[in-house]
Write a protein that binds this ligand. Structure first.
Ligand SMILES: [Cu+2]
Length: 163
């Protein structure tokens, strides 16, 4: 039942997109120019969170909006609203076999030699922001922090890129 309603919603969205696209194409024709072959980059807003930002947060968190997006050029706009803690964001392509990130207990960090990093916004000070633009192919990605202890405290989230 739930599956059916999700499918219905999807086909509605697909229909809407086609109509919207037709409208844009018509507007472009009327204005006398053609559509660019590549869509503009998708913006993903990323917020780095810990209990000093919101006391309901137990460990550490990272939020991404949207968390599902189309393949192509993606621009991550990362903010660290924490009043006292440095945070960062690394975009990682997880192993295809679903193995967990290789962890080094001595440094309390993910071993970056053992992961496929697509780029990062490194070590933002409290209140700082940063931007990363990267071309993402369809697949699953992790957004994570790798400052000592942060990944283990829950500072990661998933990103789904569709064709
Ligand atoms: Cu962090």
């Amino acid at each position: 039942m739930r599956h059916l309603s999700r499918q219905t919603r999807f086909s509605r969205q697909a229909r809407f997109s086609r109509q919207a696209l037709a409208g844009v194409a018509l507007a472009a024709c009327l204005a006398g120019f053609s559509l660019p072959s590549q869509a503009a980059s998708t913006v993903v807003k990323v917020v780095l969170l810990d209990p000093s930002v919101d006391s309901t947060i137990k460990g550490m968190e990272i939020t991404a909006q949207p968390s599902t997006l189309r393949a192509g050029l993606v621009t991550f706009k990362v903010t660290n609203p924490s009043p006292g803690t440095i945070h960062e964001m690394i975009v990682v392509r997880p192993a295809a076999d679903g193995k967990p990130m290789p962890y080094d207990d001595k440094t309390d960090r993910v071993n970056e030699d053992g992961i496929h990093s697509m780029g990062e916004v490194s070590e933002r000070k409290p209140g700082e922001a940063g931007t990363l633009s990267v071309v993402l192919q369809p697949g699953s990605y992790l957004l994570m922090y790798n400052i000592a202890g942060h990944y283990k405290a829950g500072m990661w989230t998933t990103l789904t890129v569709t064709p």
